[in-house]
Design a binder for this molecule. Structure first.
Ligand SMILES: C[S@@+](CC[C@H](N)C(=O)[O-])C[C@H]1O[C@@H](n2cnc3c(N)ncnc32)[C@H](O)[C@@H]1O
Length: 287
């Protein structure tokens, strides 16, 4: 598939997922009934976070981590969620940055945007705006965002270098990249990699951790770090892989510990010429 075919496949998948939130019956193993019950999207948020959210925002959760729990967010900051889906992380961030801050959600799928806006209405939150657009071409000005979050979306892009270039463009100097994503670690045989990533839902393919770090550095980020948050066992995919003619017992030792959700951090550097302005305009000090 080329990048535009990947994008169409992703859009179709998430159009169906947004519709499923309003039609699926009951939830069997966690909050995510849009994606079915799986080891990746279930039980990512604790009840102190979800209790105050509309049920349809929680049910639409399709991420693989909880970037709002790991990102540092302060009152007055501007946050952008790349691929905001039903809006769960945008609504949680809006609460953290407070009425003087703002949380943007960006998504390309109309049905997800409609769901997210409905969830915003139900939550009664005003410092939120959902934008239609693609993460490869972010519809916001240069140097306008303090923190970029994202939850299991960058792995879906067929042009990850462009996404990272756009991310650093819209971040302010000193701005933070704080993203949950699926990554792989170490050598995995190509065919196995493809089958497991299909299970994980990474249509365009997840990056290896080292490749992710290299792409972030190439885009201009500093202070790059990748922390595993959930490592997947082949057992989690036994049923699906067996249905694809894979000998799961033979596969297990080859993939064990190599597929994971991770929290990826990086910072946009502050240039010498920007230092005074950046310090003066830090949240809360320009009053
Ligand atoms: C795996 S879901 C994650 C949704 C949300 N972050 C969450 O945690 O529930 C992926 C979302 O990203 C959106 N998406 C995927 N690729 C995109 C792209 N290239 N540009 C904009 N949105 C995209 C999809 O429409 C979908 O809503």
């Amino acid at each position: 598939m080329d990048a535009s075919e990947v994008k169409e496949a992703v859009r179709e998948k998430y159009t169906a997922a947004a519709r499923a939130v309003n039609t699926a019956e009951g939830s069997c193993c966690g909050p995510s009934k849009a994606s079915g019950c799986d080891a990746i999207t279930s039980n990512l948020y604790d009840t102190t976070q979800t209790d105050a959210l509309p049920e349809t925002a929680v049910l639409a959760s399709l991420g693989c981590g909880n970037p709002t729990a790991l990102a540092q967010l302060s009152p007055g900051e501007t946050v952008l969620d790349l691929g905001s889906g039903g809006g769960i992380d945008v609504l949680l961030s809006a609460r953290r940055v407070g009425p003087t801050g703002k949380a943007y959600g960006l998504d390309m799928t109309d049905e997800m945007l409609a769901l997210a806006r409905e969830n915003q209405r139900k939550a009664g939150v005003e410092n939120v705006e959902f934008l239609k657009g693609e993460i490869e071409n972010i519809p916001l000005p240069d140097n306008s965002v303090d923190v970029i979050i994202s939850n299991c979306v960058i792995n879906l892009s067929g042009d990850k270098d462009r996404v990272l270039r756009e991310a650093i463009r819209v971040l302010k100097p000193g701005g933070r990249f704080a993203v949950s994503d699926v990554v792989t670690r170490g050598e995995v045989p190509a065919e196995m990699r493809e089958k497991v990533l299909l299970w994980v839902g990474c249509i365009a393919g997840a990056l290896r951790d080292k490749e992710y770090e290299d792409k972030l550095a190439k885009a201009g980020f500093q202070s790059i770090g990748i922390e595993p948050t959930r490592v997947y066992a082949v057992e989690d995919a036994r049923e699906l892989l067996a249905g694809k003619g894979v000998d799961v017992d033979a596969l297990a030792p080859l993939v064990e510990g190599k597929f994971m959700s991770a929290f990826i951090r990086a910072v946009k550097p502050v240039k010498e010429t920007e230092k005074t302005t950046a310090t003066c305009c830090a949240p809360g000090c320009c009053g």
